[in-house]
Design a protein around this ligand. Structure first.
Ligand SMILES: *Cc1c(COP(=O)(O)O)cnc(C)c1O
Length: 357
């Protein structure tokens, strides 16, 4: 893939950039450039380019606006103390995007092109990667959508892949604290044969009303059960879950209808290194309630790129409230171990980090 570059002549000035990086929030500010490549069945991927960041002009009949043929990824670039910039397992995001594209009948972007696209954007916008203090990073958002102007229902014959980047502060302002969860018994996220394992906007669209339900009950996040039996824990709107048992072993819901988080997979390996066996299996909501009550479940946590790892507190539902588990010790140890690798403060024994510049 040949990438052409047209640099912006209207860069955000240093003073404004410093103010943004001081307090970036999440997903509010975007870097000076963006990456785009397009696809048709005849040409394959073509016209890879970095251009000044700016709005797209889309025909009102553009397919994605009607039938949601869209997928995305989320990853971060981290600045290490020596000034170098790294991403975390980007080839895993590339592979997952291939799996998502297979499910959504979108073309496959080769893994190496995905990684090069993200690297190229970070290189031109490297001044947007915040210092490592306070767990700041540059959030990268690769996404692919049906860009053909056509209202028939079939896979789009014109597809656009882009990468945009946005500086991100720590998910937790004022320190890590447990999230409270609302158990939705009204809505599910994904059924067998559905799109649960694909990272696609539709899954988020369908989760919003459940998240509203959670907010109405004063909870931070919503937890979904399986669609078939309404009994097994799946995941949160955008985070995978873990249950730490009194004897140290950890259970995480098996894959299938959940999103296969890269943080999830990394936590399984890291926990193993810390001497904790992780079992992937179905985990019932009653096992949660009874386990916390009996002391068998000592910690619960959730993970994803945005929050890294967050302890889970109280579980609320129409059935009543299950209190927060007793401890967050192991959760915080695994969290620290992961963050230390990402910011280059611990040895990268799994070879997870990818140097960009
Ligand atoms: C992206 C995502 C996650 C977390 O995946 P990571 O690769 O760890 O960031 C979990 N659940 C859903 C629904 C997601 O979309």
């Amino acid at each position: 893939m040949e990438i052409s570059t047209t640099l912006s002549t209207d860069l955000v000035d240093d003073q404004k950039l410093a103010a943004i990086l001081e307090n970036p929030g999440f997903g509010q500010h975007f870097t000076d450039h963006m990456f785009t490549v397009e696809w048709t069945p005849e040409r394959g991927w073509y016209d890879a380019r970095i251009t000044p960041y700016g709005p797209l002009s889309l025909d009102p009949a553009t397919a994605v606006l009607h039938y949601a043929q869209e997928i995305f990824e989320g990853m971060k670039a981290y600045r290490h103390d020596d000034g170098s910039v790294w991403s975390f397992r980007p080839e895993e995001n590339a592979r997952r995007m291939v799996r998502s594209s297979q499910r959504l009948a979108l073309p496959e972007l080769p893994e190496e092109d995905f990684v090069r696209a993200a690297d190229a954007l970070v290189e031109v916008d490297r001044r947007w990667v915040p210092d490592s203090a306070g767990e700041k990073s540059l959030y990268l958002r690769p996404f692919m959508f049906a860009s053909e102007k056509f209202l028939g229902v079939r896979p789009s014959q014109h597809v656009t892949f882009m990468v945009i980047a946005s500086p991100a502060g720590s998910y937790f302002k004022g320190g890590v604290k447990p999230v409270s969860l609302w158990l939705t018994e009204e809505y599910t996220r994904a059924a067998r044969g559905g799109m649960g394992a694909a990272k696609t906007g539709g899954n988020y669209a369908s989760s919003l009303v459940a998240q509203q339900e959670a907010s109405r009950h004063d909870c931070d996040q919503v937890v979904f059960l399986d669609a078939q039996e309404q009994r097994y824990v799946e995941e949160l709107g955008g985070m995978n879950m873990y249950f730490v048992h009194a004897d140290g072993h950890i259970v995480t819901p098996e894959t299938g209808t959940i999103l296969e988080g890269i943080t999830r997979a990394s936590v399984i390996e890291l926990a193993g290194k810390l001497g904790h066996q992780v079992t992937e299996r179905r985990f019932g909501i009653e096992e949660w309630r009874e386990g916390v009550a009996s002391g068998e479940i000592v910690e619960i946590f959730a993970c994803g790129t945005a929050a890294v790892i967050t302890p889970v507190g109280e579980l609320r539902s129409a059935q009543g409230t299950t209190p927060a588990p007793a401890s967050t010790d192991l959760t915080m140890r695994i969290r620290q171990a992961l963050v230390d690798v990402q910011y280059g403060r611990a040895e990268d024994s799994f070879g997870w980090m990818h140097r960009i510049c």
